[in-house]
Design a protein around this ligand. Structure first.
Ligand SMILES: Cc1ncc(COP(=O)(O)O)c(C=O)c1O
Length: 431
């Protein structure tokens, strides 16, 4: 090639949640029975799409309008419906024109970071959901800039660390937060969110809040949306039906833009996202059409409440199984669909292993565990020994060792088996 054709950020595009699948598939091919605890797809883990929602979908499938393109921003009445939901919360008031649909938040994230000026950096949490951290890193061509979520404070961000990094790096133009958080399950209450927004206000940053799990909070969480505390700070919220209906295969997410007209630079940036979407014409129409009918249905609040209780009780179940094991730390999640186990400093030192399920799996794992991070080494051994496929925490833009599993297993006996088997494996591995 007479010129390099590889983007400066190409090396930053990592997604451990799916990369572990290739390893697990190899082990499956030599007889390992794999339990997929790596990916947050409720449907794949056995949750059924509610039948009343299927009926709404069936009605829409029968309507010709469902097969047309939509406005670039998305279906107009759906955008108005979502704007009304935002406005009813109090705080920032928006119109349907402040909403822009994407083909899933994956698409939204690619645009949000892809159309940001390269020198403008967005600081985000560590650990972090890797789609966000990788997209920011790829856009800049450097490692993602992060602030620390502090496990000694139930995974709340270390605001001194955040402020210092913002203050001494004038490339930072945006602040990213995930609320409720993936992978830690921390939920920011109003006071805390106000303090984060205050940092953004004082240093002239815009705020990106990933609120994918906004309606999946439990165990005493007092959730608060960005729009309720943002005041006049420019910001955007990322939302999706993937985890909430749940319908991840719909690839339907949207951004809610706040205070676009408060700042000409922010307005130009948001306009560029719309212009980029225009080149693609629009996002998929059918899932958008379901939103007013499903979210506006009188059965929807009860549906959300049932799932809050369900995931709250599964989080407590995981906590009961894994709390108190020497060498690990667990924190009871208050939101989202995951459970993170953290290793205490030094716990993984030394040459540790677990008995593999069979000799071929053993041969595979021994070829993998050299030269990988210590938590990934545990994840590989856990997989080879028990078939339980989790994701190392160092795959979430973090230098804290640990791993993430999910709260999604629908079979009660199997879920208890997963938590107990992981607990037993930890005891053996760390003894
Ligand atoms: C925090 C967070 N944001 C965004 C997404 C992506 O959602 P979507 O299915 O809309 O692309 C996920 C998916 O797991 C997530 O956990």
């Amino acid at each position: 090639m007479r010129r390099s054709i590889v983007h400066e950020g190409a090396g930053q595009l990592t997604y451990e949640i799916r990369e572990i699948v290739a390893v697990a598939k190899k082990m499956e091919a030599v007889g390992l029975s794999v339990t997929w605890e790596n990916i947050g797809d409720p449907i794949q883990k056995g949750e059924s799409f509610p039948s009343w929602m299927k009926e709404i979908l069936a009605d829409l499938v029968a309507e010709d309008a469902s097969y047309a393109y939509s406005d670039t921003q998305g279906i107009r009445p759906t955008r108005q419906f979502l704007a009304d939901l935002v406005n009813a919360r109090g705080g920032c008031q928006i119109t349907g024109d402040d909403i822009l649909f994407f083909n899933g938040l994956g698409d939204a994230v690619a645009k949000v970071f892809g159309f940001l000026r390269r020198e403008a950096r967005v600081i985000g949490p560590s650990p972090a959901y890797s789609t966000l951290s990788s997209a920011e890193a790829a856009h800049s061509g450097y490692d993602h800039l992060t602030y620390r979520l502090d496990p000694s404070r139930s995974w709340l961000p270390d605001l001194d660390d955040l402020e210092a990094k913002v203050k001494y790096n004038d490339a930072v133009a945006g602040l990213l937060l995930i609320n409720p958080d993936n992978p830690t399950g921390v939920v920011y209450e109003r006071d805390f969110l106000e303090r984060m927004v205050d940092i953004a206000r004082r240093y002239g940053l815009f705020v990106i809040a990933d609120e994918t799990y906004a309606n999946i909070t439990y165990n005493g969480a007092k959730p608060c949306s960005l729009s309720q505390v943002l005041g006049g700070v420019p910001g955007l919220s990322l939302r999706s039906i993937s985890k909430e209906y749940p319908w991840p295969g719909a690839r339907c997410g949207w951004i809610e833009v706040f205070n676009k007209n408060e700042n000409p630079e922010f307005r130009r940036y948001i306009d560029s996202l719309l212009a980029a979407k225009r080149l693609e014409v629009c996002s998929t129409s059918l899932p958008q059409l379901t939103i007013p009918r499903i979210m506006g249905d009188p059965r929807y609040p009860a549906h959300l409440e049932r799932r809050r209780e369900l995931f709250g009780s599964r989080a407590r179940q995981a906590f009961a199984a894994l709390d108190g094991i020497p060498g690990v730390k667990v924190i009871l999640p208050q939101g989202a669909l995951y459970f993170t186990v953290l290793f205490e400093p030094g716990a993984l030192d030394g040459d540790r292993s677990l008995p593999p399920a069979n000799a071929e799996v053993g041969a595979l794992v021994s070829g993998l565990v050299d030269r990988v991070a210590p938590d990934k080494r545990f994840v590989y051994h856990l997989l080879a020994s028990t078939g339980i496929c989790t994701v190392p925490l160092t795959g979430f833009c973090s230098d804290l060792p640990g791993f993430r599993m999910t709260l999604l297993e629908t079979d009660d006996a199997k879920r208890e088996w997963i938590f107990q088997t992981v607990a037993q494996a930890l005891r053996t591995y760390l003894s």
